[in-house]
Design a protein around this ligand. Structure first.
Ligand code: FE
Ligand code: FE
Ligand code: MG
Length: 164
């Protein structure tokens, strides 16, 4: 860890690490929810939905990596024990126990909307205080906004198709 790099953080580092570890736990759940969703989904437009879910799964895994690197940089430790993800999570895990396309899309849209709120909050907290974390979180937020839009447009197509 770089001491000057930590010294320039203008907020409580433990509080920041807690926020980042909570988001880190969310990302693992998001990754698994997408990945498993892609494996079990059934119904119309399945192929397009699987492709999108798998792409998003890889993005969420990359977000977990970005957060872990920043946590370590700040002298912290990414959540070691997966059981703790349940205590730390903001957005939870929505099991894809109903594999119909519409249900899976809705679950993941809700997840993205939660993630957008979480990252917007971290941006507000780190603004002018920790430009490095701010920049990382901004990149993640941009992806989550794109994810929501991708899923909602798939959902729209699904609805149009079902009306015919
Ligand atoms: Fe993410
Ligand atoms: Fe996402
Ligand atoms: Mg996408």
């Amino acid at each position: 860890m770089g001491s000057k790099g930590i010294e320039i953080v203008g907020m409580d580092v433990q509080e920041l690490l807690n926020l980042l570890n909570r988001a880190f736990s969310d990302e693992w759940f998001a990754y698994y929810q997408y990945w498993l969703g892609a494996r079990v989904v059934k119904g119309p437009m399945k192929e397009a939905v699987i492709a999108e879910l798998l792409q998003h799964a890889m993005d969420e895994l990359r977000h977990a990596d970005m957060l872990a690197l920043r946590i370590v940089q700040l002298g912290g430790t990414p959540v070691i024990e997966p059981k703790k993800w349940y205590d730390m999570t903001n957005c939870g895990y929505d099991a894809p126990d109903d594999s119909f396309v519409e249900t899976i899309l809705n679950q993941n849209i809700k997840g993205e909307q939660c993630a957008i709120g979480v990252y917007k909050n971290i941006l507000e907290i780190t603004m002018m205080k920790d430009p490095v974390t701010y920049n990382i979180v901004l990149q993640i937020l941009q992806d989550e906004v794109e994810h929501e839009e991708d899923l909602q447009s798939l959902f729209e197509d699904f609805e149009i198709m079902m009306k015919r």
